[in-house]
Design a protein around this ligand. Structure first.
Ligand code: SPM
Length: 280
């Protein structure tokens, strides 16, 4: 038995493991996959918890279905990052989507997850999936007016995901949307990283006509939650624009119209942070 930790900001999250299934330094980052005592499989990149089998459904359902339900009729979706395949798995449940593109910089993350996390990486088996290996920030610049929904499933800033936290990238994201398009991006925890939450919300409010911030409960992320920016030039992003088919909704454990509504309601300190972001 061994305990592994994500540490930072003066404290840490520690998980008890039973086996170290995969460990490799790729060209971009350190990739580790563990079997744990209580939380199923654990994926870490550069020592940062990306998912556990225990609660990955919460993050992946919200990141996939919330933006797709913000668009009235999405057909073509792009995931940037998300090499573990969890967002793809959720998108694959939506049969009205026609093309599921993913641009992941680190091919070795995909290979490791397909081998050791098949419950999550099964998303790659969908025939609508097209995999692009490369830098997501370049991919969106090179593919203008191409997608109805773009989902940025990044790790934390500081590693290979660093370009995905800047204003230039968000301008390119907007440029890669088709008319009516919607973006959603991993936007950190307001308890843990309020400066990043402020920065990302200031960017989305500046660039898009409509922008908001939703929080997802994910117990194994430090502070137990993570946020997502949602933005569009076409419509307010809080209301649900399209329904999931009942047979899809029945497969879910987190996303629902009421969970969506609740995710946009915040405690005071977060509301104040978002007001500050709106002022720029
Ligand atoms: N598909 C799952 C990938 C998850 N990406 C987000 C992980 C970031 C978690 N960081 C939380 C902040 C503390 N380091």
């Amino acid at each position: 038995m061994a305990w592994v930790s994500e540490v930072g900001g003066g404290y840490g999250t520690t998980i008890e493991t039973t086996a170290h299934l995969f460990s490799r330094k790729s060209r971009y980052q350190q990739i580790d996959i563990y079997e744990t005592v209580k939380l199923g499989k654990l994926l870490m990149l550069d020592g940062i918890i990306q998912l556990t089998g225990f609660d990955e459904f919460a993050y992946h359902e919200m990141m996939a279905h919330l933006p797709c339900c913000t668009h009235p009729a999405p057909e073509k979706v792009l995931v940037i990052g998300g090499g573990d395949g969890g967002v793809l798995r959720e998108l694959g449940k939506n049969k009205s989507l026609q093309e599921l593109h993913i641009c992941e910089i680190d091919e070795e993350v995909i290979g490791a997850c397909r081998k050791f996390l098949p419950e999550t990486a099964c998303g790659y088996d969908d025939p609508r999936v097209r995999v692009h290996i490369g830098d997501g920030s370049l991919f969106v610049r090179e593919n203008p007016a191409s997608f109805d929904v773009i989902i940025v499933d990044s790790t934390d800033p500081g590693g290979p995901g660093e370009p995905l936290f800047g204003e230039a990238f968000y301008r390119d994201l907007k440029g890669a949307l088709r008319p009516g398009g919607v973006i959603a991006s991993q936007s950190e925890s307001p308890f843990l990283l309020p400066d990043i939450v402020l920065r990302l919300n200031a960017i989305t409010n500046k660039i898009f006509k409509y922008a908001d911030y939703a929080v997802i409960q994910v117990p194994t992320y430090p502070t137990g939650q993570i946020g997502m920016c949602v933005a569009s030039d076409a419509r307010d992003v809080r209301p649900q624009a399209s329904e999931l088919p009942p047979e899809l909704q029945a497969t879910l454990r987190y996303y629902s119209p009421s969970a969506r509504e609740g995710a946009f309601h915040h405690p005071l300190f977060v509301d104040r942070l978002l007001q500050k972001a709106r002022r720029g």
